[in-house]
Design a protein around this ligand. Structure first.
Ligand code: PMP
Length: 321
């Protein structure tokens, strides 16, 4: 059996053996970047996280088209042009990489685009033009874990940067300094995650997830035009909850709106849908996982694994080679 013919039975928890890097499939652990990599120095990169779930016939990539579309929009912000820019090609590369890596369980795909090195005759300095570009993709085993019974969050002392200073709608690598500061602060204080406010004091998002609140059976979340990354899981949850007859509104939320909510939950590719049972030391609702969060999580979990569900367009089957 050749490497490309690996089926999904080989156990490879953690980082997959192969990576895609600048047009080639290479060992994922062989160092290939120069120390002068611009994305490393200046945070001029963007990434995505895409989940692939096991099914009877291989893997189902969840909303890969939407993730790659968001990545390509980030490329436009960063003037990244020297990478494959066709979503079908990007999905083909991803499928080939997953086949090579043969993850036995669910997998997580991490595409990364970034500025590489100055092109000849470009003067040194911080720039987006006159710099070459790179795309790499790595995959990781991501075994399905039991959703935690509810997490405890802190309202962070770090605020989200305003989108006229930093384009929040793209997953730009440099922006994750803000996320890391907030999550580190929360963990050091004994919490599980942080919820960040915007410059005006309204709720923006959690360190790497979007925020939903429930009041009297109505679900609300801050508008996508705020200082937040409008997550693909956020869109999934909004769509599925509305289709199930729930009322979902985008509106500004203050910290007081969160403290008085019956339920709070977060959404992200990495976490799925997870309840926030306490905020800055105060119980939310009765301090346990609420019914709407449970419902939203169940709808999301069903949609990501069932190709014959209401949204087959969200799923890309990757069959073993
Ligand atoms: N906000 C931030 C800052 C994030 O890093 C993420 C995770 N990508 C999200 C929101 C949720 O986005 P998605 O649902 O697309 O994973």
């Amino acid at each position: 059996m050749t490497d490309t013919q690996n089926n999904f039975t080989r156990s490879s928890m953690g980082l997959g053996e192969w990576a895609y890097d600048r047009g080639e499939f290479v060992s994922a652990t062989a160092p290939r970047l120069t120390l002068s990599t611009q994305g490393l120095h200046y945070g001029t990169g963007a990434f995505e996280g895409i989940r692939a779930h096991h099914c009877d016939d291989g893997l189902l990539l969840f909303r890969a088209r939407d993730h790659y579309a968001r990545m390509l929009r980030a490329c436009r912000i960063l003037h990244i042009t020297g990478i494959p820019d066709n979503i079908d090609d990007l999905i083909d590369i991803t499928g080939e990489l997953l086949r090579r890596n043969g993850h036995q369980e669910d997998a997580y795909v991490r595409p990364l685009v970034h500025k590489l090195v100055l092109t000849p005759h470009t003067p040194p300095g911080v720039s987006l033009t006159g710099v070459s570009d790179a795309l790499s993709i790595t995959t990781f085993g991501f075994p399905a874990s039991r959703t935690p019974p509810g997490i405890r969050c802190l309202i962070s002392s770090w605020r989200r940067p305003p989108r006229d200073a930093f384009p929040a709608q793209a997953k730009l690598t440099g922006g994750y300094v803000n996320c890391a500061l907030a999550s580190d602060e929360a963990r050091a204080a004994g919490f599980d995650d942080a919820i960040l406010l915007d410059q005006a004091g309204n709720v923006a998002e959690a360190s790497t997830a979007n925020v939903f609140a429930v009041h009297n059976g109505r679900i609300t979340t801050p508008p996508a035009t705020g200082d937040l990354l409008p997550g693909i899981t956020r869109d999934t949850v909004m769509t599925l909850c509305r289709e199930a007859g729930m009322e979902v509104l985008e509106r500004r939320l203050s910290p007081a709106d969160l403290f008085t909510a019956d339920e709070i939950f977060l959404s992200s590719t990495g976490k799925g849908v997870v309840s926030v049972v306490s905020l800055s030391g105060r119980d939310i609702g009765n301090g346990t996982v609420g019914p709407l969060a449970t419902r939203a999580a169940a709808l999301y979990d069903a949609a990501k694994r069932s190709a014959d569900g209401a949204h087959p367009e969200w799923l890309t089957p990757i069959t073993p080679g």
